[in-house]
Write a protein that binds this ligand. Structure first.
Ligand SMILES: *[C@@H]1O[C@H](CO)[C@@H](O)[C@H](O)[C@H]1NC(C)=O
Ligand SMILES: *[C@@H]1O[C@H](CO)[C@@H](O)[C@H](O)[C@H]1NC(C)=O
Ligand SMILES: *[C@@H]1O[C@H](CO)[C@@H](O)[C@H](O)[C@H]1NC(C)=O
Ligand SMILES: *[C@@H]1O[C@H](CO)[C@@H](O)[C@H](O)[C@H]1NC(C)=O
Ligand SMILES: *[C@@H]1O[C@H](CO)[C@@H](O)[C@H](O)[C@H]1NC(C)=O
Ligand SMILES: *[C@@H]1O[C@H](CO)[C@@H](O)[C@H](O)[C@H]1NC(C)=O
Length: 389
């Protein structure tokens, strides 16, 4: 045994060297934080009101106060650190911010519940961005405020992370005092103006949902699933994997910008992403597109009456959002479209700050993965954080 195991381990190491797999594709958030100079990183368990156990990473900083980072759909806290010294988490930690990076229910770090088993209880997967906003986010915010003895904090969110914030600040308005500023990267509330192939896929959403449901699939691209292993196997095969998966597979949906996410870094990402979500999360976004409304989950007329006392789900009341909000938008973001962010802007009761990033090709994932975030994005982030210091 003792001879065989080291032998196997070195064989695996040899194979990954032969495949030229970058080391960072194998390291988790904690290990990356240590590697990039922050050995004091912590991982906390936060339990939500409805029993989900979430991993909340913390890189303690003493000078500039707590800030929460919240990732997008099928993603995890890793996206805020995979760029190493050029990532948002490490850059903030180096500047003395107290950095907290959350993981919403169902992703690879938060696939736990006090009594539901994600592998055997379909009920575990009965959630979408509303539950991320209504339960996950306040559990993290209260944990951070309590641990730091503060009464308010700031948040930076990407994509679905922004949706969760808009839900929370609308449904539980008391959190507008606890989150005194939100920086929304690639904000998503409305999907009225998406174009093909995103809109084509969303049109087909209901049929795809029926098909997946008939197969009993409730978890989508789970990190520990065979489907994801296959994705990683194919997509991390050098330039072929990059062309096939990033250029042909992902870019049409998020915007084409190949220079900011280079082939070797794509391999690193494939070790971390996709990190899993629920089928219901996708269905709820599909409803937002089909109904052209930023509203609660549509359960069908009868159930809607039982749950909402209305035939259709109510809109999230965005006029409740009184916190400071900054919306940061990319010109080539095919998910968070400029016109859809304009609708959101017009519905917020206080005029939010608004930034349209300069690069012509800036896409949905450049907000977390681009190799020049420090040039085009971070100056705005640090200026807003300073303004709400
Ligand atoms: C990260 O990896 C280390 C080493 O394998 C492990 O001990 C730790 O539990 C992991 N952390 C999380 C949050 O998964
Ligand atoms: C807040 O933190 C204290 C310890 O600092 C702990 O005793 C208390 O239970 C915490 N409260 C909540 C609501 O987490
Ligand atoms: C927390 O803050 C309160 C007042 O703001 C103070 O009285 C208390 O000592 C602080 N506790 C800690 C542990 O710093
Ligand atoms: C907005 O930020 C300012 C600091 O610029 C702060 O004084 C104010 O309380 C914040 N507003 C809200 C509603 O949190
Ligand atoms: C993405 O959106 C941009 C800007 O609207 C557009 O020019 C481009 O063609 C879109 N990409 C795809 C693949 O549809
Ligand atoms: C939405 O919130 C505003 C501000 O609190 C309130 O005046 C309004 O009645 C609410 N609208 C609905 C439909 O509940």
């Amino acid at each position: 045994m003792s001879l065989v195991l080291p032998g196997l381990t070195s064989l695996v190491t040899l194979l990954s060297v032969l495949e030229n797999q970058p080391e960072d594709s194998r390291l988790n958030f904690t290990e990356l934080a240590i590697k990039y100079g922050h050995p004091n990183v912590e991982a906390h368990d936060v339990v939500t009101e409805d029993g989900y156990i979430l991993t909340l990473f913390h890189i303690p900083g003493k000078i500039k106060g707590p800030v929460l980072l919240l990732h997008g759909i099928v993603d995890s806290a890793d996206s805020f650190i995979v760029r190493g010294t050029k990532s948002l988490a490490i850059t903030m930690a180096n500047k003395g911010y107290d950095v907290w990076a959350g993981n919403t229910r169902g992703n690879k770090y938060s696939r736990r519940h006090i009594y539901l088993d994600p592998d055997t209880d379909p009920e575990f997967w009965n959630f979408g961005f509303e539950e991320n906003g209504y339960y996950d986010l306040p559990a993290m915010v209260d944990f951070i405020l309590n641990s730091t003895n503060q009464t308010s904090m700031r948040s930076i969110a990407h994509s679905q992370g922004t949706t969760a914030h808009f839900v929370l600040l609308s449904m539980r308005p008391e959190y507008n005092e606890k989150i005194r500023g939100l920086i929304a990267l690639a904000p998503i509330a409305f999907l009225n103006n998406v174009i093909p192939p995103v809109s084509t896929l969303l049109e087909l959403g209901p049929e795809i949902d029926v098909f997946l449901a008939s197969l009993g699939i409730n978890e989508i691209l789970g990190y520990y699933s065979a489907a994801r292993e296959l994705v990683e196997l194919i997509c991390s095969q050098g330039i072929i994997g990059y062309d096939l998966c990033f250029i042909l597979g992902v870019s049409p949906f998020v915007g084409f910008d190949p220079t900011r996410i280079e082939p070797l870094f794509w391999e690193v990402i494939m070790g971390h992403y996709p990190a899993g979500t629920s089928r219901k999360s996708l269905v709820h976004y599909d409803q937002v597109f089909l109904r052209k409304q930023f509203a609660g989950y549509d359960y069908g007329r009868t159930e809607n009456f039982r749950i909402y006392h209305l035939p259709v789900p109510p809109d999230y009341n965005l006029t409740q959002i009184t916190a400071n909000v900054s919306l940061i938008v990319g010109k080539n973001d095919n998910l968070s479209r400029i016109k859809d962010v304009d609708i959101l802007r017009s519905l917020l009761p206080r005029e939010p700050q608004y930034v349209l990033l300069k690069p012509r090709l800036w896409n949905h994932y450049d907000f977390v993965w681009a190799n020049d975030m420090d040039v085009w994005l971070f100056p705005y982030i640090f200026s807003f954080l300073k303004e709400w210091a």
